[in-house]
Design a protein around this ligand. Structure first.
Ligand SMILES: Cc1ncc(COP(=O)(O)O)c(C=O)c1O
Length: 401
C-alpha cells in the first residue's frame, strides 16, 4: 500500500503492525494458529503436536459427529456445494425450510429464520427492527455484533452496567413515553461465562413495555436440561420476544438464526437486508445444523457430561487459587491481569500441549486480560486434571497464583 501522508490510516496500520511484530519476536503471538487436524471434540494437532483443546466453542463435542458428517455429505450429493442465489431468488432449498422448522421446534416458537452468520444476524435483525427515534438498551458486555447492530440501526443507543438490573431500570425510566424500546443481552457472556438475570429482565421489560432480545450463542446446548437455552434454565417459557442464536458453536456448522412469533419472522424474511441480499446457507451447512439439533435431543448424556466437566474445571481452577470471575458455564475465564501475563500463560500451556488462548484489551478491559478457557462434553476427566495441572504450574511460575 502506497501511504500518501502521515495520516490516521497510516498511524492505525503502523501501530497494530508494530504490536504484532513485537509479539512475534517474543514468541507471544497466538492469532490465527492453524489447526492441522481435529481429533474428536477434545484434541487437535497444532504445529505437528497433539494438544488438548480448551478453546473450542463446540460445547457438546459434536464436531465430527458421524451422523452430522453424513448429513452434510448427503446434502452435497443432492444439492452441490452452493445455491442458485440468495434465499429470495432461487436460493431457498427444502433443506433451509427443514432447518428453520427444526429450530422453531427446538426453541418452542412458531417460526424461525436463518442467516449466513451469527454476526450478520445481529447486525441485520437489530437494524431492521429498530430505527431513528427508537431506543435500544444493551448490556455493557454484549457481543460486538450486537453493539454494531445497535449502532447501525440509528436508534438511541444506551448501555447498562453489566448484569445490573437496577441500572437497566434507570435506563428504561429515561426513555420518553410512546417510543419503541428494545432490551438486548447475551444469555451467557462470551468473555466472562456468567448468565444474564433473565427473570428480573423479563419483569422490567413487562413493566416498561420493552421488547426483549437474547443472544443464545453460548447457551444453546449449554443451559437447560435439554439444552434448549436460557428460558429452560430459569423455567420461564415464551418470555423472550426475539430469540437469537448461532449455528457455529454448539451446532458445528455456520450461520445464525432468530426464533419467535410467526409475524416477527415473516417480517424479517421480507425486510432484513442480510436475508434478502446475502447468499443462503450452503446445503452441507444447513443439513449439518439440522441434524445437530436432532443429535442433541437423542443424546442428552452430552449435556450431563458437559455440566459435570464444567463443575470439575471451575472448581479445580478455583482450588488452585485462580480467579475465574463469575462463571458458572463452559466458558471459564482464568484472570491473569496484564496482557503480558496472559500471553505468557498461553505460551507455557501450549508448550505443554494444552491449547488455550488469551483474550487481551481491547476485547476485555485493561488489566483484566485472561485465558478464555472452555470445556466441552468431549473431555475426559483425567484430561481435564492434566490441563489444570499444567495451567496451575504455569500460573505459579508467572506469579498469577
Ligand atoms: C455472543 C455472540 N453473538 C454472536 C456471535 C457471532 O456469531 P458467528 O460467529 O456465528 O457469526 C458470537 C461469536 O463469537 C458471539 O459470541
Amino acid at each position: 500500500m502506497d501511504f500518501k501522508n502521515d495520516d490516521n490510516v497510516m498511524r492505525r496500520i503502523k501501530a497494530m503492525n508494530d504490536r504484532v511484530s513485537m509479539l512475534k519476536e517474543n514468541d507471544l503471538y497466538f492469532y490465527n494458529q492453524p489447526i492441522q487436524e481435529v481429533r474428536g471434540g477434545a484434541k487437535v494437532i497444532v504445529r505437528g503436536r497433539e494438544m488438548g483443546m480448551y478453546a473450542s466453542y463446540g460445547y457438546l463435542g459434536l464436531l465430527g459427529h458421524p451422523r452430522i458428517n453424513a448429513a452434510a455429505k448427503k446434502a452435497v450429493d443432492q444439492f452441490g456445494t452452493g445455491t442458485n442465489g440468495v434465499r429470495t431468488l432461487a436460493g431457498t432449498l427444502t433443506l433451509h425450510n427443514e432447518l428453520e422448522e427444526t429450530i422453531a421446534s427446538f426453541k418452542h416458537t412458531e417460526a424461525a429464520v436463518t442467516y449466513s452468520s451469527g454476526y450478520a444476524t445481529n447486525l441485520s435483525v437489530i437494524s431492521t427492527l429498530m430505527g431513528r427515534g427508537d431506543y435500544v438498551i444493551s448490556d455493557k458486555l454484549n457481543h460486538a455484533s450486537i453493539v454494531d447492530g445497535c449502532l447501525m440501526s440509528g436508534a438511541e443507543f444506551r448501555r447498562f452496567k453489566h448484569n445490573d438490573m437496577q441500572d437497566l431500570e434507570s435506563r428504561l425510566q429515561q426513555v420518553p413515553d410512546g417510543v419503541a424500546r428494545l432490551v438486548i443481552a447475551d444469555a451467557v457472556f462470551s468473555m466472562d461465562g456468567d448468565v444474564i438475570d433473565l427473570p428480573k429482565m423479563v419483569e422490567l421489560c413487562k413493566k416498561y413495555q420493552a421488547y426483549l432480545m437474547i443472544d443464545e450463542a453460548h447457551s444453546l446446548g449449554v443451559l437447560g436440561k435439554k439444552g434448549s437455552g436460557i428460558e429452560e434454565h430459569f423455567g420461564l417459557h415464551g418470555v423472550i420476544d426475539i430469540k437469537m442464536g448461532t449455528l457455529s458453536k454448539t451446532i458445528p456448522s455456520v450461520g445464525g438464526y432468530v426464533a419467535g412469533d410467526k409475524e416477527l419472522i415473516d417480517y424479517l424474511r421480507h425486510a432484513s437486508r442480510a436475508y434478502i441480499f446475502s447468499a443462503a446457507l450452503p446445503p452441507a451447512q444447513a443439513a449439518a445444523a439440522n441434524e445437530s439439533f436432532k443429535v442433541i435431543l437423542d443424546e442428552p448424556w452430552r449435556i450431563e457430561r458437559l455440566n459435570e466437566n464444567t463443575k470439575l474445571f471451575i472448581h479445580g481452577l478455583k482450588s488452585l487459587g485462580f480467579d475465574t470471575m463469575l462463571t458458572t458455564t463452559a466458558i471459564v475465564p482464568v484472570l491473569c491481569g496484564t496482557d503480558e501475563r496472559a500471553f505468557e500463560l498461553t505460551r507455557i500451556a501450549q508448550h505443554k500441549d494444552v491449547f488455550v488462548l488469551p483474550v487481551v484489551s481491547p476485547a476485555v478491559p485493561d488489566g483484566q486480560a485472561r485465558l478464555r478457557a472452555t470445556i466441552t462434553a468431549a473431555h475426559e476427566p483425567q484430561e481435564i486434571e492434566r490441563a489444570m495441572d499444567v495451567i496451575g504450574k504455569a500460573g505459579k511460575e508467572i506469579g498469577i497464583i
